[in-house]
Design a protein around this ligand. Structure first.
Ligand SMILES: CC(C)(COP(=O)(O)OP(=O)(O)OC[C@H]1O[C@@H](n2cnc3c(N)ncnc32)[C@H](O)[C@@H]1OP(=O)(O)O)[C@@H](O)C(=O)NCCC(=O)NCCS
Length: 194
């Protein structure tokens, strides 16, 4: 179902649209409180891509979820720390996509020099706690928030290779999904996209 690819500033509007489509309860879990669509739009329009990496889940050309890594310092930076946040729209939940995106984020954080990865969630957020338990291990609760921390091992040739292979697989699966869809709906658009 769908495909993954890294996101960039051109995807800011799609990221905000995805987050605004989330049910109110999921949006509250994602941001640990109530936020307005205007706040979300402004946050993603002004996202500092020098400190962020995100990987999105696309289905039929629409962004249906993404994992976001927010780094403490501008990249590339040795000894930085990163915080992970993730959201998947309800129709795409519970098939392992959240876990898959979070696992990719761990590799990316290592490869950008992060020494520690943090994941915050509300205590009632069972899916996120399960993801955190599998990936992070150590969890503690403070001020009504559960925090999971993972000490990352340094990047290796294998971790760089894994990220490169995943990016390549994304490009292939994205192309396999994109071209038949575009050719079916509007042949003249495909010519422009070549
Ligand atoms: C958290 C979230 C991204 C998980 O996405 P997902 O694609 O459904 O997750 P997965 O299918 O990979 O499931 C992850 C684990 O949670 C479990 N799970 C999923 N939904 C669950 C639910 N409603 N209740 C209990 N467990 C659930 C799965 O069984 C799986 O557990 P396992 O690894 O032990 O088998 C998604 O629920 C979401 O977008 N929530 C709203 C935003 C949010 O809470 N973000 C986290 C804070 S940043």
């Amino acid at each position: 179902m769908g495909h993954f690819r890294k996101l960039g500033s051109v995807d800011a509007a799609a990221m905000a649209a995805h987050l605004c489509r989330l049910p109110a309860q999921d949006r509250r879990l994602r941001f640990h409180g109530t936020v307005s669509p205007a706040w979300i739009e402004s946050r993603y329009a002004g996202l500092d891509w020098g400190r962020a990496v995100a990987v999105g889940l696309f289905d039929a050309g629409t962004l249906r979820g993404f994992v976001e890594l927010a780094f403490d310092t501008p990249l590339p930076a040795p000894e930085t720390r990163a915080e992970l946040a993730i959201s998947i729209e309800p129709a795409f939940q519970r098939v392992g996509l959240g876990r898959a995106l979070a696992a990719r984020a761990v590799t990316i954080a290592r490869n950008r020099g992060a020494q520690r990865l943090t994941m915050l969630c509300l205590p009632e957020n069972l899916p996120m706690r399960r993801i955190a338990k599998r990936l992070m291990g150590v969890m503690h609760q403070e001020d009504g928030t559960v925090e999971a921390d993972l000490d990352l091992t340094a990047a290796t040739p294998l971790s760089y290779w894994l990220e490169a292979v995943q990016d390549t697989a994304d490009a292939l699966s994205g192309g396999l999904e994109f071209w038949p869809r575009v050719l079916r709906s509007a042949p003249h658009t495909a010519e422009q996209g070549a």
